[in-house]
Design a binder for this molecule. Sequence first.
Ligand code: CTP
Length: 222
Amino acid sequence: MTFLITAGPTREAIDPVRYISNRSSGKMGYAIAKAALDAGHKVTLISGPVNLAPPRNTKFISVLTSDEMFDAVHRHADTSDICVLCAAVADYKPAQVSPVKIKKCADGISLELIPTRDILQSLGERGDRKFLLVGFAAETDHLEANATEKLRRKNCDIIVANDVRVGMETDQNELVILFRDGEMKRISRAPKQFLACELVKIFLKFATKRFDKKDVMITERT
Ligand code: CTP
């Protein structure tokens, strides 16, 4: 099968030297890419700026902004069987990007921020999609309730939820996996590479079940 995986943060420019971003390390997305490759699948990895080398044999697409990530995902989604949107996309970007460096001002400044496009939701809204859609939910509180709400709102097949205080910038994580039929699985704290292998198995099983039901062929790796 062919996986499309997004990973890492995005950067939203304020001026030529400053940007808005977040602390995502990209480790979970890169671990899923490696696990899928190791299991013999094809991977397109669309990544924001991180300090990680892409796994060998990945089709690697490097992006900076949420708009670049949006375009890259939409270019490759329809040739994928499983889309895993793991990236920590910035929710807001400056309404205007200053072409010159903004000078320090004794009074302080205000930045007007506008929402970025939601990449996961834009795929979920597509009724014609032939790929399994997996989202992630990074939460600090009410993990299951927030993740369930995200699964419904973004119309995904699976949401993988984690508490950011456990998983952010570390090599370990613990996960709650929610399925669109209401099923739920938990994986207790473990290294991200182990979790990634478990997730890949779960995604493959669910994709096969879902697409077989609809009688749609899944491209098997030759
Ligand atoms: N996501 C996306 N595009 C965005 C924002 C989020 O594709 N502009 C995706 C992420 O890759 C992830 C999922 O949506 O798979 C949930 O991201 P998260 O940051 O947890 O949720 P938000 O929708 O941003 O909601 P909130 O920040 O309020 O929790």
